[in-house]
Design a protein around this ligand. Structure first.
Ligand SMILES: [Fe+2]
Length: 258
């Protein structure tokens, strides 16, 4: 079978040429960004991973300005060569992993309303930008994301394989913790965009397990409440170095029909 060229995603008809219409943001949008920013940012110097905090410095997010993707892309281009790709909302798995595999992070541009400050069905740009983008300045982290997506694309016809791999994505990119100088810190975007889960994830209530590929691949997760367990990495290099094991255990599980 011929392999598709890696950049097939850019000529896929489902990928629309969308951009962030910055002048369309309303005063309510700015207010929502500011409220969420001011509620969460003060928690982060103590709670977030150094990689995230350094990333925030680099991308220059502030309370008064909704993240500007054009400016953001200039920073990302210079640091890791990544960029933000505007998408209409949730997209198909092959498009999602196809973008990541080409160093494009899919993001929405809309913001939740004042009436939805605390609960959302779909991630808005406060999650996509505030929580995800600063991490895209960290090289081993983005290298992991790119290659993990490459594994997903190899198995894209198999929904079970994608479900298993989404567990890895979930317990790292979205809900991952890291140990830094002996202390637990957050790098998962699902936690970083939630003031409540920021506090909860670092408390003694949930279980904290060492990063373990086999365990994660066998671990279901849920989307509608806080996790009851988190997996802790020692470094971002550890994620990258675990890629061969991810592929190996995945193939093993698929073969055994587990
Ligand atoms: Fe996310």
């Amino acid at each position: 079978m011929m392999e598709k060229p890696k950049d097939w995603v850019f000529s896929d008809p489902r990928l629309q040429d969308l951009r962030q219409e910055y002048d369309q943001y309303t005063p309510e949008d700015f207010k929502v960004w500011k409220i969420l920013f001011e509620r969460q940012m003060p928690n982060l110097p103590k709670a977030a991973s150094k990689a995230y905090l350094e990333g925030v410095e680099k991308v220059g997010f502030t309370a008064n300005e909704i993240a500007n993707f054009e400016e953001l892309n200039q920073v990302l281009e210079k640091t890791t060569g990544w960029a933000v790709q505007v998408v209409p909302g949730l997209i198909d798995d092959d498009l999602f992993f196809g973008l990541l595999n080409n160093k494009r992070f899919p993001s929405s541009t809309w913001l939740r309303k004042m009436s939805q400050l605390d609960y959302l069905e779909e991630p808005d740009m406060f999650h996509d930008a505030f929580a995800h983008m600063p991490m895209l300045t960290n090289q081993p982290y983005v290298d992991f994301l790119e290659k993990l997506s490459g594994i997903a694309l190899k198995h894209i016809e198999d929904p079970w394989a994608i479900q298993l791999l989404s567990r890895i994505y979930w317990f790292t990119i979205e809900f991952g913790l890291i140990r830094e100088e002996g202390e637990l810190k957050i790098y998962g975007a699902g936690i970083l965009s939630s003031a409540g889960e920021t506090k909860f994830s670092l408390s003694n209530e949930p279980a904290h397990y060492p990063y373990d590929v086999r365990r994660i691949l066998n671990q279901e997760y849920w989307k509608d409440k806080f996790q009851d367990k988190y997996f802790v990495i020692e470094s971002y290099e550890q994620l990258y170095e675990s890629l061969p094991e991810i592929e190996k255990v995945l193939v093993e599980m698929l073969r055994s029909g587990k």
